[in-house]
Write a protein that binds this ligand. Structure first.
Ligand code: PMP
Ligand code: GLU
Length: 387
């Protein structure tokens, strides 16, 4: 039996694999400190669960329109307008089975063989694989910790040629926690417009922002960039709903229609019950999220302060999302080896950054309690002292 060519060179998701391994070890009774998880550890808020229970009890358990139920698409339009100053009509919205699925669908409907997609490194590990699965070529634009992971626009311009079709941006970023400023987004927009590129803007961490930092949607800058941007978002991270699998896009009508057609022949529609739950989530007040964001901010500070006491490593203090990207290059050990050994010896689960495009970093998620963070850093320190 042979597999299709398109699977050639596609790696399994390291984030999902390591998170599953950490959960399994914990279940087996090992005292694991889990810095691997790319999901909030809080329970899904009660009003959301209640809406899902109601949906089941009322028999809302059938197929829905492929691009999502109209109430949810209207709520998404309202959210885009209120939070992001983006004006989409319900026909421009497609709800999918997680933002990952939204991104995958967009690349499937846009990328032809030989098309190039610019990905800014360090990147979320699924972007290059999704581009390859769409038979496109990922073109990597490196950014560096010493520059606070800011884009070098001359390097960006140099990467563009007649095959370049899309640039993917992710702010706040997984894995670095960097956020693009208005000025940086304006430059990306200008380059995209000038070179006739589309922008795929992954804004899944938009509400997880610390200090006085602000999230700006690139599509809100002007009409020209709005008309060539697909804004991707979802409920997984903000509402602790990773398992419900609801993500969505706001896109130019032609792209939204194409995604709906593709979805109609693949998943049909996202789960009806999850759509009702997502509607309840979007109807929640932002003030309901405050304690959740404050807790993440406190955990970030705790993790950063404790890690900064270890002289052999360095880090970028994240401005958003819930990851700290730690530079281990002084230790003369690869991130993969570091992650494997620290899991084996100290039961600390973290993600080696090779699959995020860095040979120098590991990613630690602070979606875990402060007690775990303190214990985990103690073990990291101990492990480093044995190297
Ligand atoms: N984009 C980024 C940057 C992410 O970290 C994730 C995490 N899974 C996703 C998209 C997809 O999220 P989901 O499919 O759960 O909506
Ligand atoms: N996005 C999260 C992470 O980076 C969840 C796992 C995944 O979907 O890759 O860890």
């Amino acid at each position: 039996m042979y597999l299709a060519q398109r699977l050639k060179g596609i790696s399994p998701s390291a984030t999902l694999q390591l998170t599953a391994k950490a959960k399994l070890l914990k279940k087996e009774g090992f005292r694991v400190v889990n810095f691997a998880a790319g999901e909030p550890d809080f329970d899904t808020p009660f009003p959301i669960k209640e809406a899902a229970i109601k949906a089941i009890q009322e028999g809302f358990t059938k197929y829905t329109p492929e691009s999502g139920i109209i109430e949810l698409k209207e709520a998404i339009c309202k959210k885009f307008k209120k939070d992001n100053f983006l004006h989409y009509l319900p026909d421009q919205i497609v709800v999918s089975c997680g933002a990952k699925h939204s991104l995958y669908n967009c690349l499937q409907v846009l990328v032809n063989p030989n098309d190039e997609v610019i990905i800014i490194s360090p990147y979320w590990l699924s972007y290059p694989e999704m581009v390859r699965l769409a038979s496109g070529t990922p073109k990597i634009l490196p950014t560096y910790q010493q520059d606070d992971f800011k884009i070098d626009f001359n390097n960006l311009k140099k990467l563009i040629n007649k095959n370049t079709k899309i640039i993917i941006i992710n702010s706040p970023s997984n894995p670095t926690g960097a956020i693009y400023s208005k000025e940086e987004l304006e430059q990306v927009a200008e380059i995209a417009i000038k070179n006739d590129l589309l922008v795929l803007s992954d804004e899944i961490y938009e509400k997880l922002i610390y200090d006085s930092n602000k999230h700006i949607s690139i599509a809100s800058l002007n009409k020209e960039i709005h008309d060539r941007t697909i804004t991707v978002n979802g409920v997984s991270k903000t509402y602790s709903m990773t398992g419900w699998r609801i993500g969505y896009i706001g896109a130019p009508l032609m792209i939204a229609k194409a995604v709906a057609i593709l979805q109609g022949h693949s998943t049909s529609n996202p789960a009806s019950i999850s759509q009702k739950a997502a509607l309840a989530a979007l109807n929640m007040d932002d003030s309901d999220l405050k304690s959740f964001i404050d807790e993440f901010a406190a955990r970030r500070d705790c993790l950063v302060e404790n890690l900064q006491k270890i002289p052999e490593i360095s880090l970028f203090k994240p401005k958003g999302a819930f990851y700290v990207f730690v530079n281990i290059s002084k230790l003369k050990i690869s991130p993969a080896e570091f992650a494997a050994k620290i899991l084996e010896k100290e039961y600390v689960a973290l993600i080696p950054a090779e699959s995020f495009g860095s040979d120098e970093h590991v990613r630690l998620s602070f979606a875990t309690s402060k007690e775990e963070i303190i214990e985990g850093v103690k073990r990291i320190k101990k492990f480093i002292s044995t190297l």
